[in-house]
Ligand binder design. Sequence first.
Ligand code: 5GP
Length: 120
Amino acid sequence: MTFEYDDQNIFAKILRGEIPNQTIYENDHALAFNDINPQAPVHVLVIPKGAYVSLDHFARDASPAEQVGFMQAVAEVCRLTDVDQGFRAIANARSHGVQDVPHYHLHIIGGRQLGRMLQG
Ligand code: 5GP
């Protein structure tokens, strides 16, 4: 599998500061910010700062430090958003996964009772 990163995608622009975001948490390797179209009271996107297209790209090619930094950001988002009653983490990938933005992002969704996953 070859991953081709488009540096004009919207999250690349957010990382470069060209588009504003509501930051929840940031470290050396990851940025977490509110989704612009939230599906629940908590809907945060966690993205790596590196140029990775999708979860499988990140899992294959990101360094251990990047992977640890990303997961630390996930932990901080869960703590800061107080999702003690639970949440869902979703990583859409490519066309079958209906991924709209081609920069890897993990949706953290919670703050209400969610339905069972996979409508389609
Ligand atoms: P995907 O379908 O790629 O998994 O999800 C992309 C997500 O990015 C969507 O939930 C969408 O609402 C969100 N999104 C798209 N553009 C922007 C933006 O400019 N700012 C923020 N904060 N979220 C965005």
